[in-house]
Every structure is written in C-alpha cells, then in structure tokens.
Design a protein around this ligand. Structure first.
Ligand code: FES
Ligand code: FES
Length: 151
C-alpha cells in the first residue's frame, strides 16, 4: 500500500512501491493531465512538483513520494498567473506537452520571479514540444513574471 498526498488530498493505493509515480497518478488516481511521453526522463511531459521540486514523475518510484506533497497540473489554481499567461498567449497547439511545460515554468518562477531570457531557455530546455511552441512558451513565462510583479 502506498500513501500519497496529491494536490492536497490523501490517497492510499494498492501498488508496489517501485511503480513510477506517473503510473499511479494517471492509472490509479485518474489525474490524466500529467502525460506519458518518453518514460525515461527525457521529454518533460510527465513533470510534477514533489515538495516544491520539479520532478519527472516517470522516473520517481511512487514509494519515494510517500510523506511528500505532490502537485500536478490539476492542483494548480485556474487563476494562477502561469495558467492565465498560457491562455493569453495562446501557447498550446496539440496541448500534449503543455501540462509539463506549465509545471516546469511554475517551478522556474518560484525560484526566480524575474528570469532572464537565458535562464528561461536553460530551465525549459528539457521540456520538449513536437509542435514547436517554444517562442510562445517563453513569451507566456515573461508575461506571467510581469503579472506577478504587479501584484
Ligand atoms: S515521460 Fe517522463 S520525461 Fe518523458
Ligand atoms: S503543443 Fe503539441 S507537443 Fe507541445
């Protein structure tokens, strides 16, 4: 049995401790916003936060997340500046990679509220997008940073 705290709710899941967290999120908890892409930590589509640290959920055993707080795209408020910026800048194309992109971007802004273009590029480079939305993603991050500054 694995005990998890996901988006502020407690769950007990009958599963081996070494099953990837991504599997538990999607298959057991029905949190389908977190996507399966490569399964080997290379694409970023499965990105969540674990105790505030940006994490590839395909690479973390669910048992390792016990006693920690997991945040997925579903747990990010709809009026979060990053989600709002994504809508305002019309970032998504097919949308598949976007939950991971957003979770990566929120982690960036949590650690650096006013990142340079270079920092954005560097921090986001492990999140791949087959539709090529990279310039829109960077614009949305800059917009979210500006909005947060105004508050
Ligand atoms: S599915 Fe986890 S990094 Fe690609
Ligand atoms: S929006 Fe299609 S893969 Fe990124």
């Amino acid at each position: 049995m694995i005990h998890l705290n996901v988006n502020g709710k407690s769950y007990s899941v009958q599963a081996p401790a070494d099953v990837p967290l991504l599997w538990v999120l999607r298959e057991r908890l029905g949190l389908w916003g977190t996507k399966f892409g490569c399964g080997i930590g290379l694409c970023g589509s499965c990105t969540v936060h674990v105790d505030g640290i940006v994490t590839r959920s395909c690479m973390l055993a669910a048992g390792e997340a016990e006693g920690k707080k997991v945040l997925t795209i579903e747990g990010l408020p709809e009026d979060h500046p990053v989600k709002r910026a994504w809508v305002a800048e019309q970032v998504p194309q097919c949308g598949y990679c976007q939950p991971g992109q957003i979770m990566q971007a929120t982690a960036l802004l949590a650690r650096d509220p006013d990142p340079s273009d270079e920092t954005i590029r560097h921090f986001m480079e492990g999140n791949l997008c087959r539709c090529g939305t990279y310039p829109d993603i960077r614009r949305a991050i800059r917009r979210a940073a500006r909005e947060r500054k105004k508050k």
